[in-house]
Design a protein around this ligand. Sequence first.
Ligand SMILES: Cc1ncc(COP(=O)(O)O)c(C=O)c1O
Length: 360
Amino acid sequence: MKKVFWSPPSLKIEDENALIRVVRSGWLSDGKETKAFEKEIADYTGAKHVVVVNNGTSALLAALLAQGISKEDEVIVPSFTFIASVNSILAIGAKPVLVDCDLETFNITLEKIREKLTEKTRAIMFVDVSGMPNDIDGFRQLAREHNLFLIEDAAQAMGGEYKGRKIGGFGHTTIFSFHMAKLITTVEGGCVLTDDDEIARKVRMLKNHGMQAKYDYGFLGLNFKTTDIQSALGRTQLKRLDYFVEKRNKLVEKYKKGLKNCRFQEIPDYVTKHPYMLFGVLVDSGIRDDLNKYLNNNGVDTRICWLPAHQQEYHKTIFSNENLPNSEKIAQEIINLPMGNGLTEEDVDYVINTFNKYFL
Ligand SMILES: Cc1ncc(COP(=O)(O)O)c(C=O)c1O
């Protein structure tokens, strides 16, 4: 039986050569390769500053801490997200205020955020779910009106575009992840992007125990450093990012033409490029688990995405009174089908045929 992996990466000889080059160079940890990687991400996105760290979760922690978010502060965040968004807020002792998502786009909306604003709200962390950009102009306007920080959790959205401009280059603090399933990979990795000199300076210090000069520590930081081996891989991957985005869009087109009996994420006009880190389809909640099991049993690797944060075993003790029906509904209906830089058209044909056979 054919097997289609959920998120196959694409690694080529140039990736291998980059790794070998650094292994033989005599310098392995965070150094010149990482600096070059940061510059290339800045050039790609248009961000003034880029700081590469060891993963996307560290990037979120550093972004929150650098903005001075602390114990008394409330941070708006979607419930329908990968748990790292919420955990980063909990980890620094601040209060995540969960917002429901839109049923069609899976992203949070200005209306739903407004309902949850209080005097204690300091920041909005919005998430580009499955990589799809949010309404950045609207969010920036709302943040200005209420004097709030914006943090864009674009862990899944590298290569995406809002109104023709690359995600990461809008000035507000944004993070990417370079985990194996993301648009580019360093196996594990991430970065913070910002146009704010002070935030960038703090993130740089935070990633290295608060160091301001050699062994001179200005405030409390931790070790979020990456390695030059990983940055070298990131650099060769970044050269192919636009190709990966185009390839994923072609595969999605094929999926959308071929799949029957399911619905797709709606894409607003302001999204000029969806990078499709994930490709989720919605089916009737009554058949979702059975269909998912059938796909897995027939060689199609899938993910049923995330339970909303307020329904996770640990988090439901914290968010016991939440009622966020859209997040709950999508979580019951979604199946993330295979999508990745290494996925082939034949893989997608196999998934489509297998999926459609279920309904015969
Ligand atoms: C929305 C979102 N935020 C944050 C992260 C955390 O990134 P990492 O796994 O690199 O720590 C992820 C990773 O999947 C994610 O999807």
